[in-house]
Design a protein around this ligand. Sequence first.
Ligand code: CUA
Length: 350
Amino acid sequence: MHCRRLSMLNGSWALLLAATDVNAAGPLLGALSQDALRGAGPQAAHVLTLWQITLWICMAVFAAVLIACAWALWRAPRAGADTQPDLSGLSRTEPGPRRTVAAATVVSIVLLFVLLAASVFTDRALAGLALRDAVHIDVTAHKWWWSARYDDAEPARMFTVANELHVPVGRPVIITLHSEDVIHSLWVPNLTGKKDLIPGRSATMTLRADRVGVYRGQCAEFCGVQHALMAFLVSADTPEAFEQWAARQREPAATPADAAALRGRELFLGTTCAMCHAIGGTEAGARHAPDLTHLASRRTLAAGALPNDPAHLAAWISDPAQFKPGAQMPGHAFGAEDLQALVAYLGSLR
Ligand code: CUA
């Protein structure tokens, strides 16, 4: 049912697709960390501390309220089988409970101020991240994917990627946030709190990853039917691995040597693909859809919706709507051979 286009694919593709659960993105992304309780950097640690303070205070207040409630019920006037409850105490002025209520009100106000102060100090701590030698990334949210431009003082060193960020461990990152259409929110729980991306405005977010790993991020503001499938990955690499990755991303796409991939390249540039996507080093330069210059270097397709492998790529190109109904990419009825060539070309974009 998930592969309505299976009939279009030739035997080997059909076998490959049948052997792959095309909805297997769950396990793939499940192996990655998206967990605010396992912070991998100072910003996440500040947010976690605030969360813990809030949790413990709220738990203590909740327990105190329940205990007070149970105590009041226990000492409330009771009726026996044939006696009325003794309500005379209700009309007596009791200074004890009045003092208790006054004290509880004061304690509540003090605790709310503690939470307010904790929140202000967290905000200051988040803003206090040392930003010397920061990596600058300009992220734009789209329905329903992310584009990211790595800025550099030297324009030739800038490059654009989609749906997968890499950051060097130990170096601060300044992310400028924009939105192309509606309000989205960028959230990588392992690295920092969330921040909205608002059309017509820009905001910044700072973070630092201190532990190598791949962290899952998620759009955290309802933005339409595919909000839940607007994910992305942040790979925190060693500084050397990051520089290697960045150097590769700066390169234009290599022209493939393989005949099928060459045919795929022709198809890509000669059909509607090039009207939305960009591939560095070719005439395709549109920015309506993810930059595909180094598509094969990414772990996922369609903003974290699918694993990046030939079978999923073929199924995605044929009918994106079966995975992300409402996604703006239309289905493409390529013949089996053309589809295979196109996938071979995209697979060569390492
Ligand atoms: Cu973008 Cu929710």
